[in-house]
Design a protein around this ligand. Structure first.
Ligand SMILES: [Zn+2]
Length: 291
C-alpha cells in the first residue's frame, strides 16, 4: 500500500513536470527587426517570437501572403510599428479572424512628426516607449508573468537610455551637422533627436522608387557644401547611388543602418538592434568628424 502511494506521488510528479515542459509560450509575431528584438528582450524564455519579414526582405514594400495571415491568426500577440510603417498591416487585420489576438501598435504614445516618416525606433527615447508598449501587451496577455516582462523591459530600457545619452553627447561636437544619405529618408526622427540634419535623394520611403538625376545632383551639391568626406548608404540593397556619388566625388562610402530588417548571416551572427545602433554611432563619429 505504501509502495503504491509512493508510485502514485512519483507518477504525479513526473506528469506534472512533463506538463511544465509544455506550458504554452506566448506566441508573438512582429513585423520589422527592431520590434522582434525588443520582443525577444522583454519576453525572454516565456515567449516565442517570430519575425514576419523574411530575412533580407525590404520592409516598406513587403506584401503579406496568405500563410502570413495564418501565422498571425494562430498567434497571441501581433506587434507592428504603426500605420505609416506597415500600411500593408490593414490587409492582415481584414484577414484575421482570431478575436483573442492582441494587436499592438508600438507607436502608441510617440509624438509623430508631420510628413509620415515612420522610422520612430531610430530615436532611442521612442524605442523605450515601444518597449513599454510591448511589455504592457505581454503582461496583459500573460498576467502570471507580468512582473517578469516589466523587469526585462526596465533592464532593456536602461541600455537604450545609456546609448541614447551617448548619441546625444557624442554627436554634439561634430564638425559636420548633415547626414548625406544615399538611401531612402529613414533618419528623420534620429536627426531630430540628436540635433542633426539628413538629406536623401528619395521622395518616399520605398527604396524601390529610383531617385531622379536632379535629386542625385542636389545631393552631390549638399555633400560638397557640407564638407563631408563620407556618403552613407542603407542596409540590404545594392548601394548603386552611393557608388555613383563616391566615384564622382572621391568621398568614401559607409553603411548607416536603419535596422528595418537583417540578413540571414546577420541573424546567425547574433546581431541586435543595440549592436546596429552602436555601429551607427561609430560610423557617424568618423564621418561627421565628431570630437
Ligand atoms: Zn524605411
Amino acid at each position: 500500500m505504501k509502495k503504491l502511494f509512493i508510485l502514485t506521488i512519483l507518477a504525479l510528479f513526473i506528469t506534472g513536470s512533463a506538463f511544465g515542459e509544455f506550458v504554452k509560450k506566448l506566441n508573438v509575431i512582429t513585423t520589422i527587426f527592431p520590434l522582434y528584438d525588443m520582443a525577444r528582450e522583454v519576453g525572454g524564455d516565456k515567449v516565442e517570437v517570430t519575425k514576419l519579414l523574411p530575412a533580407g526582405v525590404e520592409a516598406h514594400t513587403f506584401d503579406p501572403k496568405a500563410k502570413d495571415i495564418v501565422k498571425i491568426n494562430n498567434g497571441d500577440v501581433f506587434v507592428y510599428t504603426g500605420e505609416f510603417m506597415e500600411p500593408w498591416a490593414k490587409d492582415i487585420f481584414r484577414g484575421v479572424s482570431n478575436s483573442s489576438l492582441l494587436i499592438v501598435d508600438a507607436s502608441k504614445g510617440v509624438t509623430l512628426m508631420k510628413g509620415n516618416d515612420p522610422h520612430i525606433w531610430l530615436d532611442l527615447s521612442y524605442a523605450k516607449i515601444m518597449t513599454d508598449n510591448i511589455a504592457k501587451a505581454f503582461g496583459q496577455k500573460d498576467p502570471a508573468n507580468k512582473d517578469f516582462y516589466m523587469a526585462n523591459a526596465s533592464a532593456y530600457k536602461a541600455r537604450l537610455a545609456d546609448l541614447d545619452q551617448r548619441f546625444t553627447s557624442d554627436l554634439t561636437s561634430c564638425k559636420i551637422k548633415t547626414i548625406v544619405y544615399a538611401g531612402h529618408f529613414a533618419f528623420g526622427y534620429f536627426a531630430k533627436r540628436y540635433g542633426l540634419a539628413q538629406v536623401s535623394p528619395y521622395k518616399g520611403f520605398s527604396p524601390d522608387a529610383e531617385p531622379s538625376p536632379k535629386s542625385v545632383a542636389e545631393l552631390i551639391n549638399t555633400l560638397k557644401s557640407s564638407g563631408s568626406k563620407v556618403i552613407y548608404y542603407e542596409e540590404l540593397i545594392d548601394p548603386k547611388i552611393a557608388r555613383v556619388i563616391s566615384e564622382e566625388t572621391g568621398v568614401k562610402m559607409d553603411l548607416l543602418n536603419g535596422g528595418h530588417n537583417v540578413s540571414d548571416d546577420e541573424m546567425k551572427s547574433g546581431i541586435t538592434f543595440l549592436s546596429i545602433m552602436e555601429e551607427n554611432l561609430k560610423k557617424l563619429r568618423q564621418g561627421l568628424q565628431c570630437q
